[in-house]
Design a protein around this ligand. Structure first.
Ligand SMILES: Cc1cc2nc3c(=O)[nH]c(=O)nc-3n(C[C@H](O)[C@H](O)[C@H](O)COP(=O)(O)O)c2cc1C
Length: 206
């Protein structure tokens, strides 16, 4: 299908509804923490979606530790995660930074959904990355590690804008609402870039 036709159904400024089927984005946060800034960043993304986009989240709380002995008969939560990934048109990662890298929770989930060999749910799925940290760098180092992992998974990934939410405790309020307007606007731009990439890929494969 022509890219122009696919894009024509979308109003990134939310001025009109769309004729095209919605673009389904799955948000995954690399933290289990109740008050997680990264979970909060995904909630902020849900309030900034362009028209015609549905953003749901998959929580990693029930994903067990990866065990290659079990990859042929997946634990229920893992099977559900793989299904959610397969049903999504695109993935939005919100990564925490642990010791200059992504959290074990996120890497563990990524590993599960990449297996067994030849049955990865990630392959070809467009992705975007953002992240938050109370530190100054806003998970930048983790995001570059994640970007490298996504290369290995064969996931075309949005390059820009990069969203590193530093000093997170100053940008979210006590209820986990992203109050920083510039960051909200940037998340809107990231989602627009992700939708554009997703539609471009659809246009070249259909
Ligand atoms: C084990 C561990 C390692 C951490 N390492 C880093 C780090 O390298 N860089 C950083 O900016 N923050 C680091 N932090 C702080 C996290 O960014 C902070 O806990 C953040 O709130 C985690 O994301 P969340 O709010 O989504 O749970 C670390 C926290 C933990 C628990």
């Amino acid at each position: 299908m022509e890219l122009q036709h696919l894009l024509s159904g979308f109003d990134f400024n939310k001025r009109q509804t769309i004729m095209s089927p919605p673009v389904k984005i799955l948000g995954i946060a690399g933290s289990l923490r109740q008050q997680s800034f990264n979970r909060a960043a995904l909630r902020a993304a849900q309030t900034n979606v362009p028209a015609g986009v549905i953003l749901t989240t998959f929580e990693l709380d029930d994903i067990p530790l990866f065990n290659q002995d079990k990859e042929k008969e997946l634990p229920l939560a893992v099977a559900q995660m793989k299904q959610a990934i397969r049903e999504a048109d695109a993935i939005l990662f919100a990564t925490a930074e642990y010791n200059y890298s992504i959290s074990g929770v996120l890497k563990n989930a990524i590993d599960w959904a990449s297996r067994p060999f030849g049955e990865s749910a990630w392959k070809g799925k467009p992705a975007a990355i953002m992240g938050a940290s109370p530190g100054l760098f806003g998970s930048a180092r983790a995001q570059y590690h994640l970007r490298q992992v996504l290369v290995g998974l064969g996931m075309p990934t949005v390059n820009q804008p990069e969203i590193m939410i530093g000093s997170a405790s100053e940008r979210f309020d006590a209820n986990g609402v992203l109050t920083d307007e510039k960051t909200n606007a940037l998340i809107g731009k990231l989602l627009t870039s992700l939708v554009t990439l997703t539609l471009q890929l659809k246009a070249t494969t259909s």
